[in-house]
Design a protein around this ligand. Sequence first.
Ligand code: ASP
Length: 426
Amino acid sequence: MKLKLHWQILIALVLAVIAGRLSGVDGEWLGIHMYPVYAFLGTLFMNALKMIIVPLIVASIISGVSGMGGTSGLGRLGGKTILFYMTTSLLAILTGLLFVNLIDPGLVDGEPARAIVGLDPAAAAQVAQKVQGRTASDLTDVFLSMVPPNVVAAAADGQMLGLIFFSLLFGYFMTRIDRDSGSLLGRFWQGVADVMMGMTELIMKFAPLGVFGLVAKTIAGIGAEQLNAVAVSLGSFTLSVMLALAVHALITLPLLLYLFARVNPLAHYRAMLPALLTAFSTASSSATLPLTMECVRDNAGVSNRTASFVLPLGATVNMDGTALYECVAAMFIAQAYGLELSLVSQFTIVLVALLTSIGVAGIPAASLVAITIILAAVGLPAEAIGMILAVDRILDMFRTSVNVFSDSVGAVLIARSEGEQGVLRG
Ligand code: ASP
């Protein structure tokens, strides 16, 4: 009997941790230098996923929106989607805020921990250069990018928000043109979407190999210094983020799933496992989107119509794990710098975390830029971000899984509220 895909991926993940630790960056096996092998496998898998993202997003949104039956259907689904995304992101941020206030990771014996955590000066300078000049006004750029001046350039640069906006309009106006042309276009885009799902199924078969490469490379690259940071100097920061993420993914979201959709959370976790593990390994919700769609449709039983609309949007704008992380990270840095944060400042952090999480791209380490925007908003220097670099990658893997999980819960809740009967029930 063939082993189920999620078992294959899980085994690959465990093997990757062992192989990565054993080989490190320089290790050889049978005379072969292993690190480039991991990198090759991982990059090939990431490339294959990224290759289909643009046509997948465009085709699914256009066919989803054009099949929605005009303004009222679209408005209803859009309203529910935005409501769900905003509510869960806010809940996630508040959970983060609670834990960071309870644990106070930036304080050691009541004193700001800046000196103890220490900034890696080289890394900090590098990041500072990258994010130089970012201020809260960059928030407006996020919203400006929704209407791209050149849609082809937006697609080429991975500006998903712009691409989504264009596709929404395209799908909507397909319902307003003459019937013949409209239905011809409808069949065309549906065909493209179906082909992309076919390609996804093929790529999924290689997920165990890809996950192995990505995770082994990450683990091999983790040096003693980073392990030390996770365990000692940044231990309570890591703990605050992980606990808050766990509460959100293991209590809040499952509760919503059970209360509003009567879906057994365990069955939903099982249905989503391949996508969650891929999110964990790639640290990119955008690259995971093809698998998220496949799992939500085929395993969780959500209709094509709902999944096509809710998920591409979710992978781009709904990032619960990211929003939570931004809040905890900014609060941690402020504490470590000895900044007294009034309620007003904390409220600013919550608000900016919510807004920036919408604009953060679904790619690895994208939160860092958003965090510097928050730091600027409360008057801290951008290079302070250097404090959390050592643990960012590891936390990225967890927060990206939470991002993807939240999208999938949204798709199920919305499908149930639309009266869909095929949804997996507990
Ligand atoms: N890596 C995250 C994602 O793709 C974004 C981030 O928080 O950095 O969802």
